[in-house]
Design a protein around this ligand. Structure first.
Ligand SMILES: [Mg+2]
Ligand SMILES: [Zn+2]
Length: 184
């Protein structure tokens, strides 16, 4: 068993730009690599969990996504243990235009991580800039950290309030989130 920090991708590790369609459009946020290094050194497994409905919408394909993740992995020093993504969207197509259990706020990607990697929940955490990142873990005993480095935080707080879920912590960015996680 290994404690895991689950990380949203867009707005958490890299700049939120709508859809990242190719590796050149990926802008890793300052501090991401150092933050991952600290988590790794503290013994955490690092798993990225990301909605990529751009695949269902035909904006890019699985091969493009693999290239984007290869670039992200290179820019953070190879410290990501796994990338798990949902390619689906009910209004999309391209073979992925249907409902699924893995699109956040569903918990499917976390359950995949448990199945594929043996992740367990105690001592683990989810960090993301969207309400849906925290909501995916609402039934699970993960620490839930909302970061302010992506989507406008007021709207995300409102969505969390409406869903009756309070973050365990809010942080300016991944660096501050890791500060908090490692202090606990
Ligand atoms: Mg995000
Ligand atoms: Zn899915």
């Amino acid at each position: 068993m290994k404690r895991t920090v689950f990380l949203d991708r867009d707005g958490t590790l890299n700049r939120e730009v709508g859809y990242v369609r190719n590796p050149a459009a990926l802008e890793v946020l300052p501090g991401s690599r150092a933050a991952l290094q600290r988590l790794h050194d503290a013994g955490y497994r690092i798993v990225v969990v990301t909605n990529q409905a751009g695949i269902a919408r035909g904006l890019y394909g699985q091969h493009d996504l693999a290239a984007i993740h290869a670039r992200l992995q290179a820019e953070v020093g190879g410290l990501v243990d796994a990338f798990l993504h949902c390619p689906h969207h009910p209004e999309g197509g391209h073979g992925y235009g249907h409902g699924c259990a893995c699109r956040k706020p569903g918990a499917g990607l976390l359950l995949q991580a448990r199945e594929l990697l043996g992740c367990e929940w105690p001592g683990s955490a989810i960090v993301g800039d969207s309400a849906r990142d925290l909501l995916m873990a609402r039934e699970l005993p993960l620490q839930k950290v909302l970061v302010h480095s992506g989507k406008p935080v007021e709207g995300e707080r409102e969505l969390l309030r409406a869903a009756n879920l309070a973050p365990d912590h809010e942080a300016a960015d991944l660096t501050a989130a890791v500060d908090w996680l490692l202090r606990r």
